[in-house]
Design a protein around this ligand. Structure first.
Ligand SMILES: Nc1ncnc2c1ncn2[C@@H]1O[C@H](COP(=O)(O)OP(=O)(O)O)[C@@H](O)[C@H]1O
Ligand SMILES: [Mg+2]
Length: 279
């Protein structure tokens, strides 16, 4: 019943922006030199915005995020990520793609207006689909994901909604990160945002890890430790806790993760402890 209600709300919100879609198609047709036969194919139904493939009769020209003012979503005020208001998510995603593309980490941004953004379409599957097909690879994928997040952080970006659904992997093994819809909560330090990205990736993955595999986290924990700098190790996890509850409640791993943060221990000792499996 909840799913039917959600679908109806979505369909209604989509219908209400029909005119806006037509305006955008006209603007995009002009942008692409008067190309005819442009149309949108609806793609996204997870986040707050509408996501479409933009195609003409022969090829895909890009993928578009359109802010839908009729689809409201609220978040608890104490969460570490928040929704940008009034098209702020377009500014954020444009800035992230502009910087991320140069670093080879995100699709190329192609066009934007105040409520919509078109970026390059990456013809790759999401890592989430890979995880569903091969759940036994979960921990090695977590390592890959954490390394990709570390590269994103080194490029000066944070994500705030890290999940394998937001990571596309090319045939050559290159990971592209998409969907920069959420902003950090006001006052959340850069180091806390970075820590949150890593822990949120685990939070969103945890339920897909086979019960028999859940204890095999050590290689990922080692990977995580290598991603932490001094500022990240000083982070207080409490402001992040509401959105990483599943991970924090995990008896052994949750405690080991807690031990990595906000701790006076020097980094070498932490590394040693994580590797030795103490904690
Ligand atoms: N640049 C892109 N290239 C290929 N597929 C994409 C791209 N951007 C988004 N997608 C696809 O569209 C889906 C929804 O896009 P996303 O930006 O994650 O929006 P949301 O999760 O907010 O609905 C993604 O899971 C992915 O399958
Ligand atoms: Mg997404």
């Amino acid at each position: 019943m909840r799913m039917v209600k959600r679908w109806l709300r979505r369909a209604w919100a989509e219908w209400r922006i029909g005119l806006r879609r037509k305006e955008l198609l006209a603007a995009l047709s002009a942008h692409f030199g008067g190309v005819r036969g442009l149309h949108f194919i609806y793609r996204g139904d997870r986040g707050r915005d509408s996501i479409y493939l933009l195609t003409d009769a022969t090829k895909t020209l890009g993928i578009m995020r359109l802010v839908n003012p009729h689809y409201h979503k609220t978040l608890p005020p104490d969460w570490p990520f928040q929704l940008e208001l009034q098209g702020g998510q377009i500014d954020r995603e444009w800035a992230a793609y502009s910087r991320g593309y140069v670093a080879g980490l995100t699709p190329k941004p192609l066009w934007r207006t105040q409520d919509a953004l078109l970026c390059e379409y990456m013809p790759y599957g999401s890592m989430h689909d890979t995880l569903l097909q091969s759940p036994e690879q979960a921990w090695s994928m977590m390592c890959e994901g954490s390394k990709a997040l570390q590269r994103l952080h080194q490029a000066g970006l944070t994500h705030m909604d890290a999940s394998f659904a937001n990571m596309l992997k090319s045939d050559k093994g290159q990971i592209y990160i998409i969907d920069f819809e959420y902003a950090p909560a006001r006052g959340l330090s850069l180091a806390a945002q970075r820590v949150y990205d890593h822990l949120r990736l685990l939070e969103s993955t945890w339920k897909f890890i086979l019960p028999a595999e859940r204890g095999n986290y050590q290689p990922w924990l080692d990977c995580l430790v290598k991603c932490l700098d001094d500022d990240m190790r000083k982070v207080d996890l409490r402001p992040l806790a509401p959105a990483i509850d599943r991970v924090m409640q995990t008896p052994v791993l949750g405690q080991k993760i807690r031990n990595l943060f906000n701790s006076p221990l020097p980094s070498a000792r932490l590394r040693q402890e994580a590797t030795a499996g103490l904690g």
